[in-house]
Write a protein that binds this ligand. Structure first.
Ligand code: NAD
Length: 369
């Protein structure tokens, strides 16, 4: 009975929310925007925004949501040009899109990486860009570790072998050999920020030798983590497993290509949960096919979803996941809470918790918007 009542209540609530949402868009046309804050979500993963709308001051805002991930620049501009606050997941906030914004003061990137937002254009226009860096570091670190074990222990191949062995009525382990123990081997962590440092901590119990490459770590942070840093070339040369945790920048784009893959050990594994363009996947496929390295675990791709003819799909030594390193039920709620917090701060006239284009404050002081 309780469940039934909940369902009815839920449906009634949903209908009212949809109606109110619809009225909001209509009201926007009737009133001037001057007295309301317009928040636009360009593309979202949330099934609906009932939870947020219950907590936002509805009388002060106009709230519009879209799915414009693959929309044209013009369509995106049309929907966001008069927004005060834009929340964007994957939609590309190019220079032209940002230039077209008439009132926007803040762009919140739904996630950690913000390479789909043209930071220079936003800074020039006096728009703060914020990310949500603290919603899923443990999930991504766990995912990287899961890929390390899945790739080095050849977990998916083992399942295929089990099925084949059952079909033939005898054990045939031949295709699985060799597997090496991780104990005593070297793990190379490239990028030791929020996620990389968690991989460091969580992997510390596996009796591996861990080397870290991060030229931007402060001496204080190195001391805190109890590490020295190594040059990238040393990690390539010495590591049995390399796991990438850098942001995507001009410096890290293509950081692992043919030259780097050839510099790695033939028995080594490459793991990438950072950003697709950090690793050249065509070169990686060649490296796996020709045996320059032993295997890989990849969560992120240059094009997402990747094209069906991506060669890695044909290679059993590549463990592939669909950019879900960030996901758990807990992180899913965490990001909603943190974005809501930033929206409420915006409504109260406060900056978001994590501004990534620090130079914007100078532009704002000099009279930018
Ligand atoms: N797969 C997923 O679902 C998922 C989810 C969240 C974040 N990410 C990605 O994970 C990556 C890391 O995120 P984070 O929160 O740890 O970022 P972070 O900013 O906390 O840490 C990045 C670290 O990389 C270091 N770095 C920068 N350039 C470097 C270089 N050239 N060589 C070595 N180190 C370098 C920085 O000094 C910093 O310590 C980002 O690319 C982010 O987009 C992926």
């Amino acid at each position: 009975m309780d469940k039934w009542l909940d369902t009815i209540r839920g449906k009634a609530y949903h209908a009212v929310s949809c109606f109110i949402g619809h009225m909001n868009i209509i009201r926007r046309k009737e009133s001037t925007l001057a007295d309301k804050i317009k928040i636009v979500i360009t593309d979202h993963l949330e099934p609906d925004f009932e939870w947020e709308l219950e907590r936002l001051p509805r009388d002060k805002i106009i709230f519009e949501t879209y799915q414009l991930k693959h929309a044209s620049e013009d369509d995106l501009i049309e929907k966001i040009k008069d927004a005060d606050l834009v929340v964007v997941n994957m939609a590309p906030m190019t220079e032209r899109v940002i230039e077209s914004l008439e009132r926007c003061k803040t762009i919140i990137r739904h996630g950690i990486g913000y390479d789909n937002v043209d930071l220079d254009a936003a800074t020039k226009k006096g728009i703060r860009v914020a990310n949500i860096p603290d919603y899923c570091p443990d999930e991504v670190a766990e995912h990287a570790i899961e890929l390390i074990f899945a790739a080095t222990r050849k977990v998916f191949l083992m399942r295929d072998i089990l099925v084949d062995s059952s079909r033939e009525g005898r054990w045939d382990f031949e295709p699985i050999y060799p597997i090496y123990s991780l104990k005593g081997k070297t793990l190379g962590i490239v990028g030791c920020g929020r996620i990389g440092s968690r991989v460091l901590k969580k992997m510390s119990g596996f009796e591996m030798n861990i080397i870290v490459c991060d030229p931007y770590l402060s001496d204080e942070r190195k001391k805190e983590l109890g590490i020295e840093v190594a040059p990238f070339e040393q990690v390539l040369r010495e590591a049995d497993v390399i796991t990438m945790h850098t942001p995507l920048t001009d410096e890290t784009r293509g950081m692992i290509g043919e030259t780097e893959l050839r510099a790695m050990k033939e028995t080594a594994f490459l793991i990438n949960t950072s950003r697709g363009p950090v690793v050249d996947l065509v070169a990686l496929a060649k490296a796996l096919r020709e045996g320059w390295i032993a295997g890989a675990g990849i969560d992120v791709y240059e094009q997402e979803p990747p094209p069906l003819d991506m060669e890695l799909f044909q290679l059993g030594s590549a463990v592939l996941t669909p950019h879900l390193g960030w996901y758990s039920e807990e992180s899913n709620w965490s990001i909603r809470e943190k974005i809501l917090e930033d929206m409420l701060r915006f409504i109260d006239g406060k900056p978001p918790r994590f501004v990534v284009n620090k130079g914007v404050e100078d532009v704002l002081k000099q009279g930018g918007r």
